[in-house]
Design a protein around this ligand. Structure first.
Ligand code: SF4
Length: 409
């Protein structure tokens, strides 16, 4: 049967779930790669591979969701918990702009002590200072969290955040969009599959473009990976609002799930097969990112032969994947070297995948960045002063608001 499915893909026809499973299980890896590469070439015949210069900022690590695959979060009241101040975020934006960056990818924990007004004030303040700078902000589970906190429907939260300056929603928190898996990952409570997809529908209807992701390699079956892709494909048929799909493997280090279930990270070949399959199944997605942040630069580069047409982000800062043990870093020069060495033309893009130009470092001097920055230096326990202006929900948060606090300088 696999041969007939291969022929079907070669003929440019859509595959169903059973056919996708047949390919995933039985197509030889080079054949799967070739099918995906042909689709990539049909969609992007110009030989351009894009990337974006942005900064992956996590505004807080305090989270009540407690997903068991996450090594990043801290519980409410933890001495290691942090919330970044508006000034810290402005400094990060200044540094991003200095190296040619155009946006923040802004995501964080589900912190009960940050009300909707904190986000609105932050977004407005960013837009006032940096009118052209983009906010790719708050994944669907964060929108669901705010919806519960503010007791407003997700579509209202989205409208209010758009009015404050949100430009796009990142596709984080999707994990696997099958509720059986979400329950096992302790992330069903933060957002069910339907809730995640509904936030994206609302965002698309409100005129935003968003991304979609998949984290595989935990407790899901092959069938469930494919079901995830099918659900994304259905929403894309409906709205056309997804710009790109990004998949990566679960990073098990320092996670409850990794320790309890002795899960080892999926291999590079499994990543490339999953990427190639997603290019085949997601025939209505234009862009697929290579996840070099989890797979490293070398597999990231190989991704360009397995369906990817985008090298993702230069990134500048990363906290979540690093907490789970992966700490790859590529600055613009290194990303461009990998793209060009693979035979492609490297181009900078914006969040809508529109080309902005060639590499910045060929236009002007940009400092090399050989290590990704972190949200904060270790031991920095500053509490931002403006936090005192917002009502807290947790007991620890309330105490912090009344006890005079001496910020560490
Ligand atoms: S993955 Fe996100 S929502 Fe889940 S515990 Fe980590 S920070 Fe919280």
């Amino acid at each position: 049967m696999v041969d007939s499915v291969i022929e079907k893909v070669r003929a440019g026809q859509r595959v169903n779930a059973a056919e996708a499973l047949e390919l995933y299980r039985h197509a030889p890896t080079p054949v799967l790669g070739r099918l995906a590469d042909d689709i990539r070439r049909r969609k992007h015949p110009d030989g351009i591979v894009t990337y974006i210069i942005d900064r992956n900022v996590n505004y807080t690590n305090i989270c009540v969701a407690k997903c068991n695959f996450c090594a990043f979060y801290r519980e409410v009241g933890s001495p290691d918990g942090y919330v970044l101040g508006f000034d810290e975020l402005f400094r990060k934006i200044d540094e991003t702009i200095a190296v040619g960056g155009v946006q923040l990818l802004l995501q964080g924990g589900h912190n009960p002590d940050l009300p909707l007004s904190w986000y609105e004030d932050l977004f407005r303040a960013v837009k006032e200072r940096y009118p052209d700078f983009k906010l790719h902000a708050l994944s669907p589970p964060e929108v669901v969290h705010l919806s519960r906190l503010a007791q407003l429907p997700p579509e209202t939260i989205i409208q209010r955040l758009i009015a404050a300056g949100m430009d796009s929603i990142p596709g984080g928190g999707a994990e696997i969009l099958v509720d059986r898996v979400r329950k096992l990952l302790h992330c069903y409570g933060k957002a069910t599959s339907d809730e995640w997809l509904d936030v994206m529908r609302h965002a698309h209807r409100a005129g935003l473009r968003t991304t979609a992701t998949m984290m595989y390699g935990t407790v899901e079956t092959d069938e469930e990976r494919i079901e995830h892709m099918m659900r994304l494909r259905d929403v894309q048929d409906e709205t056309g609002g997804f710009t790109a799909f990004i998949t990566w493997s679960f990073q098990p280090d320092h996670t409850e799930l990794g320790q309890q279930h002795k899960i080892t990270e999926a291999t590079g070949v499994e990543y490339l097969r999953t990427l190639a399959l997603s290019r085949i199944v997601l025939d209505n997605f234009d862009n697929l990112q290579a996840s070099w942040v989890t797979q490293g630069g070398k597999v990231g580069q190989l991704s360009l032969a397995y369906g990817a047409n985008d090298m993702g982000s230069v990134m500048i800062e990363e906290n979540v994947v690093r907490a789970a043990g992966a700490s790859y870093c590529m600055d613009e020069l290194e990303i461009v070297r990998n793209i060009e060495d693979a035979g492609f033309i490297a181009r900078r893009r914006n969040m809508h995948y529109e080309v902005l130009g060639g590499p910045i470092f060929r236009e002007r001097d940009v400092p090399r960045m050989l290590e990704l920055a972190t949200a904060r230096d270790a031991g920095d326990t500053r509490v931002p002063e403006e936090l005192m202006n917002y009502p807290a929900r947790s007991r620890a948060g309330k105490q912090l608001r009344v006890v005079p606090h001496n910020p560490v300088s």
